[in-house]
Design a protein around this ligand. Structure first.
Ligand SMILES: Cc1ncc(COP(=O)(O)O)c(C=O)c1O
Length: 398
């Protein structure tokens, strides 16, 4: 194990074992291999029996991927982590490792669309019972706990309306009812720089590492973080047997490379977001700013308690509804119209005409998504340039 300091940035850079012992390579090599050979059948047998520590086959473990897992476990303050081929891979591998036919999951109804789909019509197809509720209402959480409840699943801040849920309170309620219930938090929006759900009592953290953890828009990946025993189950059942969603060593290498600048990227992202919010609060064409740092946010007090600052993602409601939202987005010059988030480039999307275009007005209202809602992933450009771009785009909104 390398020498570690006290700082988050120091530990992100130095945590984990770099397996190169031969050439003192500063960077972890990309172990681009599907399999690992044994000297004898006996050694192979001991490795399969778990009596000898050895890599066997890259779906079950790879040194480059393991370094990424060690780093993200350290960043989240967890015992271990499992890397996956996508954020959805992480979420499904984690949830299949917890639930099965006859088990019950409580989930928030405001979730990333594919997670909503997995829970609402994916897992239910295989006999898992799912209650989609508002987890920011603690009484509703209490009322939905049952004998067969195995997990409470939530995002905070949630996608796309940045709803905040009290992780500590939910964990206390769930564990008081049954200590075996796993509180699973998608920490993609906040990142471990801003919020550490495990230290607030949650059991499992899942990530789309496609976003801030990689941060460069060139990899699709995911991570599950938690107790060692649970991560062993995720690797040996959720990934190996159920989903096969293993991360390749190339992708792991790129993410490890990106992590060297994770802390300074997040500092800049968060500073930029704060400046952009200050501008948007005074922009006459904005009806509403959704950001946990705004004192009028319904759970601003919880955000102050559980987040180090308020993150990077901002949603706004443009005055004038759907057409106005689209006109604003269509006239952006520097920011890119794109789904995904957490990249160096400012990325903007309009759910009513893009990700949620299949929803009618009533369904949008039910999901808490106004037709003029625009989601902004504030990038790493200079804040003044981002604001200038937003300002000029607003001049095209009638
Ligand atoms: C909050 C959140 N969780 C999970 C995912 C899924 O991640 P991936 O696209 O890496 O599968 C996303 C993707 O946008 C997301 O925004």
């Amino acid at each position: 194990m390398n020498y570690l300091g006290n700082g988050f940035g120091t530990n992100t850079i130095h945590s984990g074992v770099t397996a190169d012992r031969g050439y003192h390579s500063l960077n972890m090599p990309i172990y681009q291999t599907s399999t690992f050979y044994f000297d004898t059948c006996e050694q192979g047998g001991r490795s399969f029996a778990g009596e000898e520590d050895a890599y066997i086959y890259s779906r079950m473990g790879n040194p480059t991927v393991c370094l990424l897992e060690e780093k993200v476990a350290a960043m989240e303050g967890g015992e271990a982590a499992a890397a996956t081929a996508s954020g959805m891979g992480a979420i499904s591998a984690a949830l299949w490792s917890i639930a099965g036919a006859g088990k019950h999951i409580i989930a928030d109804k405001t979730l990333y669309g594919c997670t909503f789909a997995l829970l609402s019509h994916g897992m239910t197809r295989y006999g898992v019972e799912v209650s989609m509720i508002d987890t920011s209402d603690l009484e509703e959480v209490k009322a939905n706990l049952k004998e067969n409840t195995v997990a409470v699943y939530l995002e905070t801040p949630a996608n796309p309306n940045l709803k905040i849920t009290d992780i500590e309170a939910i964990s206390k309620i769930a564990h008081a009812y049954n200590p075996a219930i796993k509180v699973v938090v998608d920490n993609t929006f906040a990142t471990p720089y801003v919020q550490k759900p495990l230290s607030l009592g949650a059991d499992v953290v899942v990530h789309s590492a496609t976003k801030y953890i990689n941060g460069h828009g060139d990899v699709v990946a995911g991570l599950v973080v938690g107790k060692k025993d649970f991560i062993t189950e995720v690797k040996s059942f959720g990934i190996k047997d159920m989903t096969g969603c293993v991360l390749g060593p190339q992708e792991a290498f790129l993410i490890i490379r990106g992590l060297k600048t994770f802390e300074i990227r997040m500092q800049r992202h968060c500073e930029n977001a704060q400046k952009v919010v200050e501008y948007l609060m005074n922009e006459p064409k904005v009806e509403h700013v959704y950001f946990p740092g705004v004192p009028t946010h319904p759970n601003h007090d919880i955000a102050c308690r559980q987040m180090k600052n308020f993150g990077v993602m901002i949603s706004i409601e443009v005055k004038g509804g759907k057409r106005a939202g689209m006109d604003f987005v269509n006239h952006l010059k520097m920011a890119k119209i794109a789904v995904s988030l957490g990249d160096a480039e400012t990325l903007v999307q309009h759910p009513a005409s893009m990700t949620h275009s299949a929803y009618n007005a009533e369904e949008l209202a039910d999901a808490g998504i106004p037709e003029g809602l625009v989601r902004i992933s504030v990038g790493l450009e200079n804040a003044a340039d981002i604001i200038e771009d937003l300002k000029q785009a607003f001049t095209h909104v009638k």
